[in-house]
Design a binder for this molecule. Structure first.
Ligand code: GUN
Ligand code: FE
Length: 471
């Protein structure tokens, strides 16, 4: 079947409807609502009505015009919220699927910094970033938190591509002024100046888009991006903290890596012998705050987790790259339920080799099972993650991590319609039960599904990826 990733030139403000089986993350972490018969009305990109039973549907249908375009889906399909990928390195897509043989610090020097340096060439960056955003969309990711590189101009290219494709993106120009590589490091002053220029550019792109369609909310958000503690001087961290304060009202985000691996923790200890660790250093510079997404956090202490919660900071759990670099995984469920930290999932392309959030979901389940094995029955219960918990974390968990739980991550009246239509007739899907069971179709999708099953993707009610002729 021909797959198309559509280029969005104008935003749609029309009213339309979608009817079928929905799987919807609830307000309780890990709990999903299975809706056999649902009907959502989408207006100006937002859900304006949502009927969840046959009788509610009949009533709602009386209200809507017969001419309202409706996507009607039978039992061969599922409607699910789009994935929120909290951690992706766009330039590293160049080597995704390879470079799986080195620990973090050597991996950065041997593969990552050389690959990122190539983004200086805008043509190379344009080709790669187009490919990445298409790949994320066709895997059902509707929002992503992205690292670009230290280059201002090619970071702007990434903004333009996300905007053009209608992708919801939180994008950072990387800041790093020490312990990088030859030709891949900035002067402190330049780093701060180009971070600010980048914030202003993103804000400009969004206000241009806003003035043409005032009803729609922002799709592109700038992110202040200190790479991680070892590559940032205290002066740089301080300056970035000042920028976070200056652009607080505009809703600027912050992202970095925190307490991610044994070699990273040891490096920070050597550079900052008097500090307790990453949390203390970031916090000192005002970088732990609302709208702050820190990747990994595998080596955070209980005390650190309290600070994360108190500051409203979030964690991007990247179970696949954690398996390669961290030596263990985050206790995802415990962080959410016991510590009240906002946690979502990330692919960490290309420290994690897969750009699919289905892969992150599966790995989070597998890693949690392995963590649990060494522990008491009680601890196993506290750490166990199943497919439903993983999916909740990959959608509404991510939305909460972005402090956007009122806008995305699940289907509710007033939220924006970011969604995927999943086909149960493609790829690895095989049903052997005599009856159709919604929960089992959904579990099969999480465990066996891939991009062949994701046939339509919507962001803000706008069709952004479409396998032509599938429905
Ligand atoms: N820590 C600092 N930079 C990186 C990176 O590019 N990927 C990962 N996984 N960890 C990092
Ligand atoms: Fe990373």
């Amino acid at each position: 079947v021909a797959a198309r990733t559509l280029q969005i030139n104008s935003m749609s403000t029309e009213k339309w409807a979608i009817e079928g089986r929905f799987v919807n993350p609830s307000h309780t972490p890990g709990v999903l609502e299975y809706i056999e018969n649902g009907l959502a009305i989408v207006e100006n990109g937002k859900i304006s009505s949502f009927a969840k039973t046959k009788s509610e549907i009949n009533l709602l249908k009386l209200e809507i015009d017969a001419s309202c375009p409706t996507v009607s889906l039978d039992q061969e399909y599922l409607i699910v919220p789009g994935f929120v990928d909290l951690h992706v390195h766009a330039p590293q897509y160049a080597f995704t699927g390879t470079a799986t043989d080195l620990p973090l610090m050597e991996w950065l020097q041997n593969y990552t910094f050389p690959a990122e340096r190539r983004m200086e060439d805008l043509e190379v960056a344009t080709r790669l970033y187009n490919a990445l955003v298409k790949r994320l969309l066709l895997n059902g990711t509707t929002s992503a938190v992205l690292f670009a590189t230290i280059h201002l101009e090619s970071s702007k290219v990434l903004v333009d591509i996300c905007q053009k494709m209608g992708f919801r993106a939180f994008i950072g120009k990387v800041a790093m002024d020490q312990h990088g590589a030859e030709n891949y490091e900035e002067e402190t002053e330049n780093s701060l100046r180009s971070t600010e220029d980048f914030i202003l550019y993103c804000n400009q792109v969004m206000s241009d888009c806003h003035s043409s369609k005032p009803g729609l909310k922002k799709l592109i958000h700038p992110v202040i991006t200190p790479r991680f503690i070892p590559t940032c001087s205290e002066e740089l961290l301080h300056g970035l903290g000042e920028l976070a304060k200056k652009y607080e009202e505009d809703g600027v985000y912050v992202q970095s890596h925190i307490s991610e691996s044994f070699d990273e923790v040891a490096f920070v200890k050597a550079l900052h012998p008097d500090a307790a660790g990453d949390v203390e250093i970031f916090n000192k510079h005002g970088l732990l705050r609302h709208r702050c997404i820190m990747a990994h956090g595998v080596h955070l202490s209980d005390e650190d987790l309290h600070v994360m919660r108190e500051t409203g900071s979030s964690l991007a759990c990247c179970p696949l790259s954690n398996a390669f670099f961290a030596g263990k995984d985050l206790r995802l469920k415990r962080c959410i339920e016991e510590f009240g930290v906002r946690v979502g999932l990330g692919t960490d392309v290309a420290g994690g080799y897969s750009p699919s959030m289905l892969s992150s979901c599966r790995q989070s389940v597998v890693s949690a099972k392995i963590i649990g094995r060494e522990e008491t029955a009680e601890e196993v219960k506290a750490t166990d993650v199943d497919f439903a918990f993983a999916f909740w974390t990959a959608t509404l968990g991510g939305a909460r991590a972005l402090h956007l739980e009122d806008a995305i991550g699940s289907f509710e009246i007033g939220k924006e319609f970011d969604a995927c239509i999943v086909s149960c007739k493609e790829g690895n899907f095989e049903r052997f039960e005599s009856e159709v069971i919604l929960q089992k179709d959904f579990e099969r999708f999480i465990n066996l599904g891939d991009d062949r099953n994701i046939i339509k993707v919507y962001v803000q009610g706008q069709l952004v990826h479409d396998v032509a002729g599938a429905v």
